[in-house]
Design a protein around this ligand. Structure first.
Ligand code: ADP
Ligand code: MG
Length: 327
């Protein structure tokens, strides 16, 4: 549906996006996740034809966004980070205006405006001034205009930024609902939000794609990093003897505490962390070594996100190879 090939964007000597390649298939909700300044808006602006690329290509259903912008743009509805809403108008007036710009006329225009207002649940405010609407409702108007013209793909740039918690939940529900009838790509810098709504996650940092997978697989990648800490009154040798009978345990360290207590710390790669803790419980019980304390620190998608976005700083050497023509 959408192919992004080796996309690069430089603003002067700032590399906002570097050699980004990925493919979007129909029928999924994609979360475009990355910290502020990672290149999300730049990428979305290029995909939707609002911004030129320095290098690379974007195909929408086979249409090059730069060479066949009309055919390509018709397939996408876009809500930019700062949507150009006309505050003095009502949603009905504004949507009619946008619909016309998208080539709709007469009865079809009227029907589509009514349809998108129903989908985004703004019928009851259709004739108020946009300036009098809450931020949550303005965002719905923005999403409604993206839906006009029946595009296959809806692209939303940080649609929940600046909303209060209830509005955020409502917009998330709306995105989920749109996902049933459209391919949706939305960006966010909040991991839990992406996790809650989408079934494919693209993680971007420093303008580069760091990961692209379903949430379950991304989590699985990190499972080996579950950590367990135990406290017993038995010494390290005794604890070691018990642990040696179990699998999936690595990097064992002991710390002896006052009063004869031993704190044991290790990593486990067991795919089901609770199965691991259950086995530990019984193994220690069978050896008459009471477990006084056991804590499990489960790896989460948050860890994947932090690891991917914080670990790799951009390489300043790379920019020296770029030729900057501007004076
Ligand atoms: P995000 O949407 O993930 O917050 P952006 O795509 O807005 O990231 O920005 C990516 C990088 O490009 C940032 O370092 C930002 O400062 C820079 N940038 C964005 N727009 C411009 C611009 N018009 N001129 C110069 N630098 C820009
Ligand atoms: Mg942005």
């Amino acid at each position: 549906m959408i192919q992004v090939e080796h996309l690069t964007k430089c603003y002067g000597d700032v590399m906002a996006v570097q050699d980004l390649s990925f493919e979007i298939d129909e029928g999924h909700v994609y979360g475009f996740l990355g910290p502020n300044g990672s290149g999300k808006s730049t990428t979305m602006n290029i995909i939707t034809g609002c911004l030129s690329a320095t290098e690379g290509r974007v195909l929408i259903d086979g249409h090059d966004i730069f060479e066949e912008p009309r055919q390509a743009k018709r397939l996408m509805g876009y809500l930019p980070e700062q949507p150009p809403l006309y505050l003095g108008e009502s949603p009905v007036e504004y949507l009619t205006f946008v619909g016309r710009a998208k080539g709709l006329r007469g009865q079809e225009l009227k029907e589509q405006v009514a349809d998108v207002m129903a989908q985004t649940k703004i019928e009851h405010v259709g004739h108020r001034r946009i300036s009098d609407l809450s931020k949550g409702y303005r965002q719905r108007v923005g999403i409604a205009q993206a839906l006009l013209g029946n595009p296959k793909v809806i692209i939303l740039d940080e649609p929940t930024v600046g909303l209060d918690p209830i509005q955020i939940l409502e917009i998330r529900d709306l995105i989920r609902e749109l996902g049933r009838t459209h391919t949706v790509i939305f960006s966010s810098h909040i991991l839990s939000e992406v996790q809650a709504i989408c079934d494919r996650i693209l993680i971007i940092a420093h303008g580069r794609l760091m990961a692209f997978d379903c949430p379950e697989n991304l989590e699985r990648q990190m499972l080996r990093q579950n950590e367990i800490t135990l406290t017993t009154q038995a010494g390290p040798d005794e604890v070691k003897e018990v642990l040696e009978r179990l699998y999936h345990i690595t990097e064992i360290t002991f710390q002896q505490k006052e009063g004869g207590y031993t704190q044991t710390h290790f990593q486990t790669s067991h795919p089901q962390p609770y199965e691991m803790t259950r086995q530990l419980f019984w193994a220690f019980a069978e050896n008459d070594v009471p477990l006084l304390e056991m804590t499990l620190k489960k790896a989460s998608l948050e860890d994947v996100f932090l690891e991917l976005t914080e670990a790799k700083e951009p390489d300043p050497q790379q920019e020296e190879n770029e030729e900057v023509d501007e004076a």
